[in-house]
Write a protein of this length. Structure first.
Length: 385
């Protein structure tokens, strides 16, 4: 049995054991005549805290009890326990269900008679949003993340570079994939890093720019691992980047559009997301640095010249929409964006009310983006962290 297979087996054993204990505690409550309940940390904005020492978002201490005998909680109690039993069964039967599979496995109708004897029917859940919420409740209640329970989701992120990994029984050379790239699997902890010849990781917001940099040979010339989350990153991509930084000691730089939504993508990689703050310890990369595109790249400041000429600015910049301005003001309220450099960038955005896409820099020539802008910013340490 290789290392990856042994990790898989251990993950199944541990997850199944924890889920079994949860269900046995509920059964014990029933046997002893106690109201069955589940204690679950609150996944709310008010219970989400930025930990400055670790540089990540975490859940606070607030919890709530989901009591089966509370009419307002009975349905959610049933859904959570049903999902736990389905996932447990998949684990012991060596299956890899998707979140969509789990929705269908638990979707059925229960017939019952109410207190007046009227026959009624109730669906376990109607929409996948309900079954997904049950999975998240299990995650926060047990500390078992979806990936620990070997639940699969759609692969989104991609990676390429001079690196070999083991996935299942196969050794994959990420430098020999032609014009393609390796799709980061939804259970990235089952990947074994074999060897790597790289000096840093460049995370690119957009898949199209990732493909351009890949084809022009950026990662070969600058000894880097090139990653994209293709927009808002999925959990697997964030975990993969965290492992590259934490386990291999590779610096991580993030390249996004110069707008509040791109900056928020950087934030998700660096400190975690508000909605999934219970995962930040595992997914966030606090040492990640924002490489660009910044407002000062566009307009310059007292310390540096802009990368665009006045005529290029007129051709490339885009007028910000009201939703962009609203998002920028929201970012200003986040603790991790209240540093002097970030205040300058966001205030400049609010003053100018314009934005710039990464592709605009490629509009100056792809070689400019790949072989001047990115390496120059790294060399002169012109980043925000």
């Amino acid at each position: 049995m290789n290392v990856v297979d042994s990790i898989d087996v251990e993950a199944r054993r541990r997850a199944a054991s924890i889920l079994r204990d949860v269900m046995l505690r509920v059964l014990d409550d029933v046997i002893k005549g106690r109201p069955p309940k589940l204690v679950i940390p609150k996944r709310t904005l008010s219970n989400t805290i930025f930990d400055p020492e670790r540089g990540i978002l975490v859940l606070g201490d607030d919890v709530f009890e989901r009591n089966m005998l509370d009419m307002g909680e009975t349905r959610r109690f049933m859904q959570t326990l049903l999902m736990a039993s389905i996932v447990y069964q998949a684990l012991v039967e060596n299956e890899y269900p998707t979140i969509r599979d789990l929705y269908y496995r638990g979707k059925h109708t229960i017939s019952y008679r109410d207190l007046k004897g009227v026959l009624r029917e109730e669906n376990t859940w109607d929409e996948q949003a309900e079954s997904d919420a049950a999975i998240r409740d299990i995650e926060v209640a047990t500390g078992l993340l979806r990936e620990h329970m070997l639940i699969l989701s759609k692969e989104k992120g991609k990676v390429v570079g001079n690196m070999r990994i083991r996935s299942g029984p196969d050794v994959i050379d990420l430098s020999k994939l032609g014009h393609g790239a390796y799709a980061i699997e939804s259970t990235p902890d089952l990947i074994e890093f074999l060897d790597v010849d790289a000096e840093f990781v460049l995370v690119v917001e957009k898949d199209a720019v990732f493909q351009q940099l890949h084809r022009i040979g950026f990662w070969r010339q600058y000894k880097s691992i090139l990653v994209t989350g293709a927009g808002q990153p999925d959990r697997a991509t964030r975990r993969f980047v965290r492992r590259l930084n934490e386990e291999l000691g590779l610096p991580v730089y993030v390249l996004t559009d110069s707008d509040p939504y791109g900056w928020n993508i950087y934030s998700v990689f660096k400190v975690g997301s508000i909605t999934l703050s219970y995962e930040s310890e595992r997914l966030a990369t606090p040492k990640a640095k924002f490489l660009g595109v910044s407002m000062t790249d566009i307009f310059g400041d007292t310390n540096k010249k802009p990368y665009l000429t006045e005529s290029e600015r007129k051709n490339f910049i885009i007028k910000a929409k009201e939703r962009d301005v609203k998002r920028a003001r929201e970012l200003m309220n986040y603790t991790w964006f209240q540093t002097p450099r970030w205040k300058k960038e966001i205030n400049m955005f609010l003053e100018k009310k314009v934005k710039l896409e990464i592709e605009a820099l490629a509009g100056k020539g792809l070689k400019f983006l790949a072989f001047q802008y990115i390496p120059e910013k790294i060399q002169v340490r012109d980043w925000i962290d």
